[in-house]
Design a protein around this ligand. Sequence first.
Ligand SMILES: Cc1cc2nc3c(=O)[nH]c(=O)nc-3n(C[C@H](O)[C@H](O)[C@H](O)COP(=O)(O)OP(=O)(O)OC[C@H]3O[C@@H](n4cnc5c(N)ncnc54)[C@H](O)[C@@H]3O)c2cc1C
Length: 515
Amino acid sequence: MSSAPTTGAEARIGSGLAGLPDLTDLLVVGLGVTGAGVALDAASRGLDVVAVDAHDLAFGTSRWSSKLVHGGLRYLAKGQLGVAHESAVERGILMDVTAPHLTHPMPMLLPLMSSVGHAQAGLARVGFAAGDLLRRSAGTRVGTLPHPRRISRTEVLAMAPGLRAAGLRGGLLSWDGQLEDDARLVTCIARTAVAHGAQARTRVRVLEATGTTATLRDEHTGETRTITARAVVNATGVWAGDLVDVHLRPSRGTHLVLRAATLPGLTTAVTVPVPAATNRFVFLLPQPDGTIYVGLTDEPVKGPVPDVPEPTDAEIGFLLDVIAAAFDRPLRRADVVGAYAGLRPLLDSDGSTADLSRRHAVLTSDSGVVTVVGGKLTTYRRMAEDAVDATGLADGRCRTRSLPLLGAVPRAGLAQVEAPTRLVRRFGAEAPLVLENARTVTGLSDEELLAPVAPHLPATLAELVFGVTHEGAADVDDLLDRRTRIGLVPADKDLAVPVAERALQLVSIHRTSQM
Ligand SMILES: Cc1cc2nc3c(=O)[nH]c(=O)nc-3n(C[C@H](O)[C@H](O)[C@H](O)COP(=O)(O)OP(=O)(O)OC[C@H]3O[C@@H](n4cnc5c(N)ncnc54)[C@H](O)[C@@H]3O)c2cc1C
């Protein structure tokens, strides 16, 4: 049985094989949102858990999302009531119970432009009303996600200045959830699992697995080792077919990154209809860190699955053209400061994608490996519950529905956390721990620890140090691409490299002095 929960200060993610046991109850392969969720579910039911990732936490699809906590409206439109309800329930759990510190309500505006006919607007209104019913049926308070409403042309232009005013009749405003950062959610879930006794390691690749054994390779040293487990869960997303016989047909979703100053004053997400297409939209999503994402595409991908998918020029051009047509201000390629792509792990079900991916599937291979695939970030908790149930290991009932992640406090309580706003936004109630840890490890002043990495980059040395000491970051890329998201803008990453190197060096000096 796993050890009793520890505090956040003791919950540290490691890197490499050293110190891992030869025997465990459950081996979890992959530390995206799904694997981290499985590790937490199992550890909180009292199982011994070892969870590993070949690269890093959130290395795969989980860091390339739109960072939305969806309510399931899209499933409703397809008549998939059960899936829609599940999504709305999980959104409510994330926003109100498990991660209020990493989620917030996001207004979403559908401007009624000349390209949106009255019939389309009427349909959208019915859809938003149905979405609101879904929220209510899921038990999510209207204080968390307000009712949708029609707003005037003046209100639209106040929320999204620069929208093309000619022909604008007003707008429809609805609400969904937004994540502070998808990779941060994964890191937080993984550390919460560790706080419940799991061992989580980056840079450990599973070379092969059966339902009870696996060969692991330390990606730092090349050492290999066999581990015996009572069950193995394969949560490797688009790579699931490398370990067991499942067939995936990945589809690429691309986003652009713009600076907030490109569309000044934008305070809401905007849904822009794709000209001459029915029911196809491009979204503008303002982020808490001074950027705006524009997404997304849906392109089938053939051939081997790359480690890091690349957006194509055609996708970048398409996204830019659609939003440029909706704004008075000209938007050019030079405004695109970054672009990223992620692969949806679509299950190939006999030739039809059948939207299975957007549901999740739990499949047990002939050798007993339990694979959990599909779904989305929003539903990770439920996916994890189903996967752990499928192993047949746990006597106890799933606890994660009411288990706050590390740092969680009710939204209203966040203002009372005594720490800099930037840290509270990313660590919730753990923000004071992040700062205290950096003081102890580095001996530097708060002024140095809390200075922004660059004038327009609010990340701090304090959080980079925490990334190394507690979150398993082993190099500059881990720190800049996943513990913070500075790497989404390559020019910003170049600026931040020296600070990330300094964080790694300071921790290394501290560790040497402790030996
Ligand atoms: C463009 C896009 C936008 C999206 N937007 C949203 C959104 O806004 N909201 C939402 O709810 N969902 C969204 N989704 C869906 C969501 O991002 C995914 O469903 C989810 O992140 C999948 O997570 P995962 O953990 O299953 O896979 P991954 O995140 O890919 O994790 C798999 C992990 O397994 C590791 N791995 C692979 N092979 C091995 C091995 N042999 N040994 C050890 N480790 C291994 C990888 O390194 C990786 O870290 C989006 C998806 C896409 C593509």
